[in-house]
Design a protein. Structure first.
Length: 364
């Protein structure tokens, strides 16, 4: 042990940890505050341009000139390109009745009929979303309730701009909470709703390419090899515990395909991977696994273990009947993969080398 370690007072490590956490929290609040002011500034610029266009009949031709002049007058400032100024104008027109006053003050000047955009998008929500996310949402999500869903999900899950785009393109809002399950009859009302919303149908494993006759172990190996992408596909809160997790019951060995712990739901999640259609016997085996995990791994403060059976074709009617007779909360969902190209099609496509030679020939 070093001399420095010997001289440290009792509780020093805890003090250091506390200070680091406070610094990180302050940094996070600072970033959020800067973003909130930026969103407000861009909305106000959009409002100014919109007002001049309506009152004085200015056309869109003023925006390119404005972008050049702002660049010349404020060369150190970024974000005032012609395209971005047009986004500011569009942003104001999307949300024309934003009220940046504190909620208690704003309520004293209530509007009799509030448009849908004003009801769905309070200033607090819009200011919590980064500007780049707003640009993607305005361009790609026209339905306002759906746009609000993605905004809230991006804030809650900390999605980057690229992840947001990926979630939009994969229609995440249509897949969330769609798993066939018995949660409503096996869990109390608040918990059953939370668990249902934590699962999706289908799960998109488009980062994997497997031959049509793949084995379940190949799927499992591929998912673990791409664990970061797999966790992103599962959703926020899943923490990986183990693959082929060993259970010793009655002098017999059993192995769970994948075991997770959900940090928000505070429970273990057992995942079994199945190739092909759902079969009723899968529910009985999953019920058995959940019972063992509850008995051997579950802590007194944990919620009941959840089972998730992933099949290529989950027959919903069959799954509903199968889940009625089991005691543990279990969901059944489908998954989709990127299929390997057929041999005849693959052979007709140019190779990387052929593409490179063609590009080099075009540059000559």
């Amino acid at each position: 042990m070093s001399d420095n370690a010997r001289t440290l007072p009792i509780g020093y490590a805890g003090l250091l940890t506390d200070i680091k956490q406070r610094v990180r929290h302050a940094q996070t609040r600072a970033v959020l505050a800067v973003n909130a002011e930026l969103i407000r500034l861009y909305w106000e610029i959009g409002a100014l341009i919109n007002s001049r266009q309506q009152q004085e009949g200015w056309g869109t031709g003023v925006i390119p000139r404005l972008a050049r002049d702002l660049h010349n007058e404020l060369p150190e400032e970024k974000g005032f390109s012609e395209r971005n100024i047009k986004r500011m104008l569009a942003f104001h027109r999307e949300y024309p009745l934003l009220n940046f006053m504190p909620q208690a003050v704003a309520q004293t000047d209530a509007i009799a009929e509030v448009p849908q955009a004003a009801e769905l998008f309070p200033a607090e929500l819009l200011q919590a979303v980064p500007w780049g996310h707003h640009a993607e949402l305005m361009a790609k999500v026209k339905d306002l309730p759906t746009r609000r869903w993605y905004m809230q999900a991006a804030v809650q899950n900390g999605w980057s701009r690229n992840i947001l785009v990926m979630q939009i393109e994969s229609a995440a809002h249509q897949r969330q909470g769609r798993a066939t399950s018995n949660f409503a009859s096996r869990l109390p009302a608040p918990d059953s709703d939370l668990v249902q919303q934590a699962l999706k149908d289908p799960y998109l494993f488009d980062f994997l390419t497997l031959e049509p006759g793949f084995h379940e172990r190949e799927l499992e190996t591929g998912l673990v090899a791409h664990l970061e992408k797999f966790l992103l596909a599962l959703g926020q809160g899943f923490a990986f515990v183990g693959r082929q997790y060993h259970l010793d019951i009655g002098d017999q060995d059993f192995y769970i395909d994948l075991l997770f712990y959900h940090l928000k739901l505070r429970c273990y999640v057992v995942i079994e991977l199945k190739r092909g259609d759902f079969k009723p016997e899968y529910a009985g085996k999953m019920n058995f696994y959940c019972s063992v995990v509850d008995e051997q791994l579950r802590h007194a403060t944990d919620q009941p273990t959840i089972g998730l059976i992933l099949c290529q074709q989950p027959n919903r009617v069959l799954a509903e009947y199968a889940l009625r007779g089991v005691d543990k909360p279990i969901g059944v969902s489908s998954y989709q993969l990127t299929r390997a190209l057929p041999a005849n099609l693959e052979s007709s496509l140019p190779s990387i080398e052929q593409i490179e030679r063609a590009l080099q020939g075009g540059e000559a």
